[in-house]
Write a protein that binds this ligand. Sequence first.
Ligand SMILES: NC(=O)c1ccc[n+]([C@@H]2O[C@H](COP(=O)([O-])OP(=O)(O)OC[C@H]3O[C@@H](n4cnc5c(N)ncnc54)[C@H](O)[C@@H]3O)[C@@H](O)[C@H]2O)c1
Ligand SMILES: [Zn+2]
Ligand SMILES: [Zn+2]
Length: 381
Amino acid sequence: MKANVYMGPYKLEVKDKPKPKVERPTDVVLKITATCICGSDLHLYHGLIAPDLPGQTLGHENVGVVDEVGSAVQFVKKGDRVVVPFNISCGACQFCNSGLWSMCDNANPYNPKGPGAAFGYAKLLGGYDGGQAEYLRVPWADTMCLKIPDNVRDDQAVLLADIFPTGFFGCDIAGVKPGHVVVVGGCGPVGLMAQMSALLRGAARVYATDRVPARLELAKKIGAVPINVDKEDPVKRILSDTDGWGADACVEAVGYEATGKGVMAPGPKVEAKPLVVLETLMKVAKKGAVIGMPGLFAPTPADPEGRVSFPLGAAFTKELGFRMGQCNVKNYNRYLMQAIADKRVDPSIVITHREPLEKAPQLYEQFDKREGGIVKVLLKP
Ligand SMILES: NC(=O)c1ccc[n+]([C@@H]2O[C@H](COP(=O)([O-])OP(=O)(O)OC[C@H]3O[C@@H](n4cnc5c(N)ncnc54)[C@H](O)[C@@H]3O)[C@@H](O)[C@H]2O)c1
Ligand SMILES: [Zn+2]
Ligand SMILES: [Zn+2]
């Protein structure tokens, strides 16, 4: 089968690989019908995560039709159209049982007491191949597979594998409530989904920052107030709009590759400003507010503990809260599926490119450069 394989920093190849099989009785194999490229894939693409990644098939946002079913799978049938969360979880351990699916204790054989597992992240997150391929092996299928109703399309359901739940999670951990003024740092797919989620949760006003015009345009379409950080100081604007009080809740949806310009990846484009968005949010947050941080802050090969210099005193003075981590997709995907099925929201507004899998390397490059109005890419094997 064809698969999009990571070969090294900035190097991908669509290659032939053996078709995955049922390895354990609780597995299914999906024939992939839609798979997306994520901002998280860019950290991998830049060579910042997982030194053993070469050879791995990427792709953790997957929808497919069940093609092969293990003998112990009870509730998923051949032919079911399903979406699977990016986090791989057993459904039975103490962490799964408390809704911390991303911390599953059984899914990562290489680091049992560490973080859980995900598709396409090499041994760091369990060593599972991803779904930017024709087929994908899904472990613990009864826990993982969420069936897609007939009135929800693949290009909507695929966003429930990660970014819509992740945006919603950002709002959830930030405590977004009806009537709140919310600031979302970043208008990438996750930021846009956080803005949509904040409005779904009843926020009165949602500010959205970025510097890419096409992305700010989408934020506006979603109903947020866009602020181009290269043209306007978001701190001045938001404090002035709120009588100096600031926002009730904030979501950091950019992560450690936040920039003035360029990226912090190896290569010539280095201008790392990992905390620039977080520090902006700390300035616009109302006293006592919580900043939800779905944006990724991971250790890097250069900095194995992920240390950053952080204005802790400023946070203490305002009694700010910070919550972060992987989204526990299974806590949200079923409900957001219902919201899509009932036509309350349509997250597919963020998909700007629908292309064959073969074009993955070129689309990664384009997505990385944020060229040609690209926001979210759906690949069709
Ligand atoms: N926690 C989770 O479970 C989870 C899940 C998915 C993605 N993520 C992470 O969320 C982050 C965003 O993902 P994405 O798919 O939207 O990525 P993306 O790279 O497409 O979007 C990032 C956006 O941030 C903007 N940005 C950069 N610097 C900025 C600044 N100084 N001010 C305002 N905006 C700025 C960029 O222009 C871009 O639009 C990534 O770090 C990704 O790894 C986390
Ligand atoms: Zn993703
Ligand atoms: Zn578990």
